[in-house]
Design a protein around this ligand. Structure first.
Ligand code: AMP
Ligand code: MG
Length: 487
């Protein structure tokens, strides 16, 4: 059914119009009994959508894709991708739809997208559906990332569909409505390139420039400038992940955006005990997407983007490769600079300090953290107390107290600023055991733990004594954690 939405809500279809080769017009499956689990009223308002209307029966039908505004043509987007290093020429939205684009309150174009809305022509063997748990996981983690100041797709709502989903057990189904500055992926470019249609590749690049990196249009070589902008934005993004201990878990090229937003929260998790080899995903047997590998993988993915863009970089392909290599060469430096600056900030140290002093200090700290399996998030938070004169909370986490004391003495001599530390080191992250607890309860229709968790993680830097358990690492009995793909 097609109806007009309440005033001012207009969904455009510029992606589908400009890139019809990458868009298959498609409809969501009918949800038999839509029930709202969580709505992001502030984000709705930002998009010009009335939260009260979204909670109404028609609003819920919009959020599961069963009520389509006149202006909109929902599409499944085509993309390719390297999954765990192996190339898949045809992935695409197997269970997702782009409803269209909305101009938000600040004039920015944002995608409104559904996940779990039924099979599409890209579904392959999948059922096109999603269970309540994984959609709520994406909702919570994306909103936590946003609150941490990390670019990400946003979560608008999760609506239970009333349709059961068969996994290892039968689970309640749900649709996630999410918002992104676009859903263009490295894999979108790989797909366009693989068609052999250079006109399509150019249109896609122009679309990406227009939406994300408009300055590139003014550059001498706009497509090289586009690539450089993606390299820079991904270097900055992955540095932020590393600083907060985020492990994406499935950094396939189809899960890496052109905008620089984190996308597709599947088997993601947050690091607790500091160890670069940490892997939570049950499908990541080789540890390809381990915490410490993420910068290298990002660079590898960007090399795949460069390959896709080669025909646009120069008529001479050898020249194109040389240009791409040079631009990709900036990644390591940009990443290191962003990470080092972030680490200095986490340690409360002033920007002016000499790198030859701070860099070994940071390196030695990471060794100590790893040796004692120290919880990453609470350590940095407690370290601010040490800067205030009470070293015990941080110190008590180490096995080798003398080594920590020696480190701490050198660090204190640099006059760290505890107030500044509290503004960059979160008290609350979506800890794995708390996320599991909230999802399990929500799957059994108790939304209270989810709401409390959201309260903590959407205001992560403001410590609140009553939220003490949200700041603590997982209890011993939680055991070693495994995450599963959201399929
Ligand atoms: P992901 O790694 O979760 O981002 O998904 C990889 C690919 O698998 C994408 O093309 C998805 O659309 C597709 N996919 C994942 N789960 C399902 C499902 N249940 N049904 C259909 N397609 C799916
Ligand atoms: Mg994906």
């Amino acid at each position: 059914m097609s109806v007009a939405l309440p005033p001012t809500v207009a969904l455009d279809g510029s992606f589908a119009r400009e890139l019809p080769e990458l868009a298959v017009a498609w409809q969501a499956e009918e949800a038999p009994d839509p029930r709202l689990l969580v709505l992001n009223a502030a984000l709705a308002a930002e998009l010009g959508l009335d939260p009260d209307w979204l909670r109404s029966p028609d609003g819920l039908r919009l959020l599961v894709g069963n009520l389509i505004p006149e202006s909109a043509t929902p599409v499944a987007q085509a993309y390719a991708g390297h999954q765990f290093g192996g190339y898949s020429p045809r992935l695409g939205d197997g269970r997702a739809l782009l409803l269209g684009e909305v101009v938000d309150a600040s004039g920015r174009l944002r995608d409104l997208h559904l996940k779990g809305s039924g099979r599409t022509p890209f579904a392959r063997g999948g059922d096109g559906l999603a269970a309540v748990g994984p959609m709520l996981r994406e909702y919570v983690v994306a909103e936590a990332m946003h609150a941490l100041g990390i670019p990400t797709t946003r979560s608008l709502a999760v609506v239970a569909t009333g349709r059961p989903v068969r996994r290892e057990t039968v689970l309640p189904g749900a649709v996630l409505a999410r918002v992104a500055s676009s859903h263009l992926r490295v894999g979108s470019f790989q797909y366009a390139r693989a068609t052999g249609d250079i006109g399509l590749l150019r249109r896609l690049a122009d679309h990406a420039i227009g939406r994300h990196h408009p300055d590139a249009a003014e550059a001498e070589q706009p497509y090289l400038a586009l690539f450089e902008a993606v390299v820079a934005t991904q270097a900055s993004l992955v540095a932020k992940w590393m600083l907060v201990g985020f492990i994406h878990g499935v950094m396939n090229t189809d899960n890496m955006t052109i905008s620089g937003e984190t996308i597709d929260y599947g088997p993601c998790a947050f690091l607790e005990a500091f160890d670069p080899a940490t892997v939570y995903s049950s499908i990541d047997h080789g540890g390809r997407y381990a915490y410490g590998n993420q910068p290298v993988v990002a660079e590898w993915n960007l090399a795949r983007l460069a390959e896709a863009l080669l025909p646009l970089l120069s008529d001479d392909q050898q020249q194109a490769v040389a240009l791409a290599e040079e631009s990709l060469g900036a990644f390591r430096h940009q990443y290191s600079a962003a990470w080092s600056a972030g680490m200095r900030a986490k340690l409360g140290l002033s920007h002016g300090l000499d790198e030859t002093v701070t860099s070994p200090l940071v390196g030695e700290l990471l060794t100590l953290l790893q040796q004692s399996s120290v919880d990453h998030t609470s350590f940095f938070r407690d370290l601010a107390s040490a800067a205030r004169g009470d070293a015990e909370p941080a110190r008590g986490r180490f096995l080798d107290l003398a080594a920590f004391d020696a480190w701490s003495e050198r660090w204190c001599a640099l006059d760290p600023d505890p107030g500044a530390m509290d503004r960059v080191n979160p008290a609350y992250i979506p800890r794995n055991h708390l996320v599991e607890e909230a999802l399990t309860a929500a799957t059994e229709a108790d939304l209270a733990p989810l709401e409390r968790l959201l309260e903590a993680v959407t205001d992560p830097y403001r410590a609140r004594p009553e939220l003490g358990r949200y700041a603590d690492p997982a209890p011993e009995h939680f055991g070693s954690y495994r995450t599963f793909c959201g399929t």
